[in-house]
Ligand binder design. Sequence first.
Ligand code: GTP
Length: 441
Amino acid sequence: MARDPLIGIVGKPSSGKSTLLNSLTDANAAVGAFPFCTIDPNRATGYLQLPCACSRFGLESQCKPNYGWCVSGKRHVPVMLLDVAGLVPGAHSGRGLGNKFLDDLRHADALIHVVDVSGTTDSEGKNTRGYDPLYDIEWLQDEIRLWIEGNLKKRWGSIVRRHTATKSSPVDTLQAQFGGYGSQVPMVQRALDRVASEQGNLPPLEQWDDEWITRVVRSFMAEKFPTVLALNKIDHPDADKNVSKILLRHPGTPCVLTSAVTEVFLRKLKKQGFVQYDEGTEFVDTAEDDPKLRPLDERALERIERVRDLVLYRFGSTGVVQVLQASVALLKLVPVYTVRNIHSYTGGSGTAVFRDCFLVKSGTPVGQVARHILAGRSPSPRSRPAAACVSARTQPSPRATTTSSPSSWRPGRLPQAHPASPMYHSVYKPPLTKQRAELLV
Ligand SMILES: Nc1nc2c(ncn2[C@@H]2O[C@H](COP(=O)(O)OP(=O)(O)OP(=O)(O)O)[C@@H](O)[C@H]2O)c(=O)[nH]1
């Protein structure tokens, strides 16, 4: 990924995409209980929560990020988000507001699919009761596949002729077609390898029929658009049974239970000084717990109680922070802290430490990281040339620098994402056995 990661938020109309975007950012995307409330894709900066490198050295008080912020060793790293207008079944052929929305997705590196698990909106986002959201997961994946497949099949005859005439490899031929989605050769190669491992060797490209094309496109989708499901509206009484059904049907898919509307509510009260809320946790203090806070009226207090009972105490959080962490984890990104002084971790002048943090694919050679950072940014003089890279996940050594190579990681490469990292813990990996899930139903 030669640019900053972009996470696309997709789903049917009224599933809560804009609410999720608002809860992750300071954006004010239009929110409404009517379909197609969003028409243009909204881009906004969300903030990914990570344990900051400063906390490993007891330097929390000196940590002053150039972008985002850090509180008590919890770093908030900016990540670009894209809220795509609601998709409906048949979108690939222009239904709803057309496949223009699918085109908006081209540059996304991973997707958050917002699924309304309350069952109160149908596949087009219209109000209903008892709707089965399992259907939404399937048709949305199909729409994306049919869109890519349609674009490919439109030109299949000439693609094959050119492939034969130029004696290209299937990877090169497909890369020429998939380049518009921001693919790269290794990504296309992985997609083909996956098909080969599942189906046996692929026939020559000239002999691919519709079924082979579908298999290849499916596999490319898994590489290009890794997806996490945000099972949203868990505050609704009908959500439990739908969540259980989804977890049973999609055991391998990363899912995070969310209540975006609760997160928006809590962040708003926090901003206004009514509550102390630690985002990503279940802890909300009011004036009853901390007299320094502004007192809430009876109605707001009742709502806080409901939110605690229905969401925070039951699920441990609103899930909004975790869903962004899960999507970044799908991309196998690790934070890299560039510092000028590898002894003080400062950025040049002053005493502030760990001023810059970049998200980089795990395993990327240090030289490539440096080239990417120096080429892709126009850093301020204060944060200019990185003399060293420190990754928050370097375990157990504190330093991963270009000039020293601690024994715990391979010299010249960034460490692999640590499996015990909170980034992975926070992904809602269904801990349910089949029996427990059935009990929930
Ligand atoms: N109960 C509940 N309602 C929610 C939640 N998240 C969003 N909503 C409500 O769902 C409705 C639709 O939310 P939006 O965020 O506008 O949905 P959208 O998916 O962006 O819709 P489009 O713009 O039409 O694509 C609004 O009334 C929200 O308040 C949630 O977690 N729980």
